[in-house]
Design a binder for this molecule. Structure first.
Ligand SMILES: [Zn+2]
Length: 216
């Protein structure tokens, strides 16, 4: 038995020596799936706004059955955010995650304002699979007051405002703290948008069965 144990240890050593150090970051990323589904869990509700008519286009842009999908690196951060929110007695709602380029093109045609919508020609970090739009809920699942709604393209949706109530400031700060500590970064113009700090390092992703776009 001791001999077999030793053999096992050698295999373990060889595995760690051969596989882990010999892979570059690119190779390790290449072995990961591009997108994984992030299902609803305790403390995480999935409510994809673009799968409904309640968005800036007034019609569903995602076909029925659209799922919340992210690159594994972003999904891990979201998982950390959900745990942090739950520890504080809150929950999270995801409004959007991976967004196909065809959907981005629809939004850009509708609102060609780079403060709120990434130019479809350049691509969105949502299409890279590393951005997520979220809000916080109370323990009962009711969304907290963030002062403006999701996709409300006004200055009041920006971070660092002086014209919001203390309660709204607190709610936004809680969401910001939870998402930053989970590994995301914010952008100045949208309180709901968070993305990986190295988002631009990820390639734009092709169409995925997880989110089909309704033709115009
Ligand atoms: Zn976003």
């Amino acid at each position: 038995m001791p001999a077999r144990r030793g053999h096992g240890l050698k295999i373990l050593f060889l595995r760690s020596a051969c596989i882990i150090p010999s892979l570059t970051t690119e190779q390790r990323c290449a072995r990961m799936p591009d997108l994984i589904e992030v299902p609803a869990t305790d403390g995480l509700r999935i409510a994809l706004v673009y799968a409904t008519s309640g968005n800036l286009t007034g019609r569903p842009v995602y076909a029925p059955g659209a799922r919340c999908a992210l690159r594994p690196q972003a999904a891990r951060c979201l998982e950390r955010a959900v745990r942090a929110a739950r520890r504080a007695g809150f929950g999270l709602i995801v409004y959007d995650a991976y967004r196909p380029a065809a959907a981005q093109a629809v939004f850009w045609r509708m609102l060609p304002d780079p403060r709120y919508v990434a130019d479809a020609a350049q691509g969105s970090n949502h299409t890279r699979g590393v951005a997520v739009d979220v809000t916080l809920t109370d323990a009962g699942g009711a969304p907290l007051d963030m002062g403006t709604g999701f996709d409300d393209m006004r200055d009041q949706s920006h971070h660092d405002r002086d014209d919001l109530s203390p309660a709204v400031q607190r709610n936004r700060h809680m969401l910001l703290g939870i998402m930053l500590q989970a590994g995301f970064r914010s952008i100045p113009t949208e309180w709901w948008h968070y993305e990986l700090p190295d988002a631009q390092e990820y390639a734009l992703l092709p169409e995925s069965d997880m989110v089909r776009v309704v033709p115009d």
